[in-house]
Design a protein. Structure first.
Length: 141
């Protein structure tokens, strides 16, 4: 089973269908046969994205609740590594590549687990490439 690190930008593209992204949809299509890993910040990032969408009129609370329930049933595992263990590595990567600490958490997880990264964030894509992290290609083991 393929494993990869899933950035919140990809998952939020599944929810906000007003901007169709072929890569995000390919990741979703292949997810049942794969396992996605996410850093501990992921649920908060997804929650914040959903709330922002509600506040901008892109979705309703009822739509968000349905989608979040759907997301809970997907093969997505939250990494349980403790915050104290991560501060040094995550902040170091954030400084080195000019990322937010949130984005650096995805990069740190991909590096630590030697996994490809699925992201739509251009800066994170560039940092991952510079760090030697492969981009996730849906359908490839």
């Amino acid at each position: 089973m393929a494993e990869f690190v899933l950035d919140g930008s990809v998952a939020l593209a599944w929810y906000f269908r007003d901007v169709v992204n072929a890569y995000a949809m390919a990741v979703l299509d292949h997810l049942p046969g794969a396992r996605a890993l996410v850093p501990a910040v992921w649920p908060l990032e997804i929650g914040n994205g959903v709330l922002s969408g509600e506040r901008r009129g892109r979705s309703t609370e009822a739509q968000a609740e349905r989608w979040l329930g759907y997301l809970l049933g997907m093969p997505i595992t939250v990494d349980a590594r403790g915050v104290a263990d991560l501060w040094g590595e995550v902040l170091g990567l954030a400084r080195r590549f000019g990322l937010s600490a949130y984005d650096a958490a995805y990069l740190e997880l991909a590096l630590r687990r030697d996994l490809p990264l699925a992201t739509l964030d251009r800066r994170l894509q560039e940092a991952a490439a510079a760090a030697g992290v492969a981009a996730y290609r849906p359908g490839r083991a």
